[in-house]
Unconditional design. Structure first.
Length: 317
């Protein structure tokens, strides 16, 4: 049996996990990790949205440790005996409109529909993001359009005024000649665990990931073609991505640096918890547990451990 049975929802971290496995970093750190990738919200759920879908229960068959958005992590921990054991940042969440739309900024979408997956991160994050942009409650119009390829088609067909997506669909959208970007914001993510792993196993797991992060960041040019291949595989045989200019993408795309996984960022998690309490998504007396025994020493690469992470304030996931 593996030490850590891990599922996560972030596309970019597929590359990190692959590199860590290929280079034997988990083995070096004394960790047997069973890793998988999932796309939340694409499964069949009961319930109206991410708040009451209890989607992590379905994941328990696949992974006891989850890499998810910070909002879902807070809700998950508030309702179970799980703990948040790590904080990290994923690349942008981006809002696109049709290329011919008059909207130029997120402010132009007040009272207009944003296509999201209501069972996934955007159910929470888009609501908070728009509030932070000064939207009133009645100006926030979120409409469920399940899978990202359906969202691409929905905004082009005029079924919704805009769409919100995460990577890989951010990069695909940026090179889609029928779409226009009107907003991007950083993404907040967290790792939770269902069962309490041994502290040294957890620290070894995070350290292995961060060794892979350091390798990729040290050779971004060398890993660019590999990442583009992942994008092409994701878009293959899907008509929704026929407008993506892959020739231009291959020529222009630059792989950006990954931020490392850190011990739980309690200040950031606390701010997320406060927002969710205010909205009624977690009880007022919810105890949001974090893994206090996990420290950044031994988890972060030496150059990262010596300085504070220069991470932008995250407004969206």
């Amino acid at each position: 049996m593996s030490d850590l049975n891990v599922s996560h929802e972030y596309f970019t971290w597929r590359l990190v996990q692959d590199v860590a496995e290929e280079k034997g970093y988990f083995e070096d750190e004394g960790v047997d990790a069973d890793l998988s990738y999932f796309a939340p919200g694409t499964q069949e759920f009961e319930g109206e949205n991410a708040f009451d879908a209890d989607w992590w229960d379905d994941m328990d068959e696949d992974g006891g440790t989850h890499g998810v958005c910070e909002w879902n992590a807070v809700q998950e921990v508030s309702e179970t005996d799980r703990d948040i054991v790590g904080s990290y940042s994923e690349w942008d969440r981006v809002v696109f409109v049709d290329a011919d739309d008059d909207a130029e900024t997120i402010d132009d979408l007040r009272g207009r529909s944003v296509g999201i997956n209501k069972y996934a991160t955007s159910f929470y994050s888009m609501r908070e993001m728009l509030e932070n942009e000064g939207f009133d409650e009645d100006e926030i119009v979120l409409e469920h359009v399940g899978e990202a390829e359906d969202r691409f088609e929905a905004v082009k067909d005029g079924e919704v005024d805009s769409i919100a997506v995460l990577e890989p669909f951010v990069t695909l959208g940026r090179y889609d000649e029928e779409l226009k970007e009107v907003f991007d914001g950083p993404c907040r993510a967290a790792i939770t665990t269902r069962e309490q792993p041994e502290p040294e196993k957890l620290e070894g797991f995070l350290a292995a990931l961060n060794r892979a992060v350091a390798d990729i960041n040290d050779d971004l040019d060398g890993y660019t073609d590999r990442y583009v291949a992942l994008l092409e595989d994701e878009a293959a045989d899907k008509a929704a991505f026929d407008d993506v200019n892959f020739d231009r993408l291959r020529e222009e795309f630059e792989l950006r640096e990954f931020l490392p996984v850190r011990a739980p960022d309690e200040d950031r998690i606390g701010a997320t918890t406060d927002w969710m309490r205010d909205k009624g998504f977690v009880p007022d007396d919810a105890d949001i547990g974090t893994a206090e025994e996990v420290e950044n020493e031994g988890v972060l690469p030496d150059d990262e451990a010596e300085s504070e992470e220069d991470e932008p304030e995250a407004t969206a996931d």
